[in-house]
Design a protein. Structure first.
Length: 383
């Protein structure tokens, strides 16, 4: 933009070059032109107009300044010590200082950064990255697929429409999503329970923390430590990663994958898929109903065990001890009055018969997908 075209702007002009310039205003009202290059423009104490031109420009502003950018003229950033709303064609905003000020984006894909105080940051449209910094911040993603990270402090995060990512690190953080607001994901370095309308959870860091789902179909993934992952209602996917994990699907037809480590997998109600992975795993059966029969995908006769709930099966036994051999039979049906658990090696079906060779019908309680070898010593009572 030539000097002769600056109608309506301050007549005191500071003009850069086609290179990378650092241009500082004074106390007067000035027009500062960056021209080409990646420029830094600081308004100073007056009511200034800052025009970066082509290049990736940095604007340092206070409340009396105006920033003007042409579309597709680089990736530009405003550093503001007052509440600020990004104008068109400017991508990034950083709040400076320690005052509680606010920042608002535009229709572009913005990166908004708070300061050390309590900030309100609004992404508006676009796929935004919103970083709260220190303080108790309010982060609003708006439209688009946004990433919201409150940082230290007790923050409120709401993504709006789109598939949003929430990064949380404080028990005082709150995540909020509307119904039909996309498929959303929390990454947490602390134990976390998914709030309504958020589908996915990943535990990060190295601490032994826990993750809990909600009524939706959740995907919950642990970290390298020992985690408790609880699916809740819905058809959930629980993945243990490393560590000696406890995975509980609860209601729904769930898929549980222990990963590495000595894991305990409990499908709960529903017909679940149980994958132990590496390590000495235990698959816990807590229902004698046919509709709750789980599939154990990778039972290893050398390392794994199947836990039988004393409460659910209403038999005498001692928690932690293996099943009495008299209660177990290989075959297709009970042959004696004491046969309660029948394993069909040909099909991999594990059956329960409440009265042995009596008149009650046997019920399938699990399916070993690999038709692994199974004996009474691998069935262990659990409380």
């Amino acid at each position: 933009m030539a000097t002769g075209q600056l109608t309506g702007y301050p007549t005191n002009v500071i003009q850069g070059t086609s290179g990378n310039d650092r241009l500082n205003g004074s106390r007067r009202d000035e027009t500062i032109l960056g021209l080409g290059g990646n420029d830094t423009l600081r308004g100073g104490g007056g009511n200034d107009v800052l025009i970066g031109g082509p290049g990736d420009d940095l604007y340092i502003v206070d409340g009396s300044d105006t920033v003007i950018e042409d579309p597709d003229a680089g990736n530009d950033t405003v550093i503001a010590s007052v509440s600020w709303t990004l104008g068109e064609a400017i991508e990034n905003l950083t709040l400076a200082g320690a005052t509680a000020i606010d920042g608002t984006g535009n229709a572009l894909d913005n990166t908004l950064r708070g300061n050390r105080a309590n900030n309100v940051l609004r992404g508006e449209a676009g796929d935004d990255v919103i970083l709260g910094g220190a303080g108790d911040d309010l982060l609003f993603g708006g439209d688009g697929d946004d990433v919201l990270n409150g940082g230290p402090g007790n923050d409120f995060l709401t993504g709006g429409s789109g598939n949003d990512v929430y990064i949380v690190d404080s028990i005082g953080d709150i995540t909020s999503e509307a119904a039909a607001g996309g498929r959303d994901w929390v990454q947490s370095s602390i134990s976390w329970t998914l709030s309504e309308e958020i589908e996915d959870l990943t535990l990060v860091g190295s601490a032994a923390i826990d993750g809990t789902g909600n009524a939706l179909d959740n995907s919950i993934t642990g970290n390298a430590a020992a985690n408790l992952l609880w699916g809740g209602d819905g058809d959930d996917i629980l993945t243990g990663e490393d560590g000696a994990d406890q995975l509980l699907g609860e209601a729904g037809d769930d898929t549980l994958n222990g990963g590495d480590g000595n894991d305990t997998l409990t499908g709960g109600t529903g017909q679940d898929q149980l994958i132990g992975g590496a390590g000495q795993d235990r698959f816990l059966l807590t229902s004698r109903r046919r509709q709750d029969a789980d599939t154990i995908v990778d039972f290893d006769a050398k390392d794994d065990t199947i836990g039988i709930s004393l409460l659910a099966f209403e038999l005498d036994g001692q928690a932690g001890k293996p099943l009495d051999p008299s209660l177990f039979r290989l075959g297709t049906r009970a042959a004696t009055a004491t046969d309660r658990f029948i394993y069909n090696r040909n099909t991999g079906a594990l059956l329960f018969d409440a009265d042995g060779a009596g008149g009650s019908a046997q019920v399938q309680i699990a399916q070993l997908a690999n038709q692994a070898q199974l004996s009474s010593s691998q069935l262990v009572w659990v409380a």
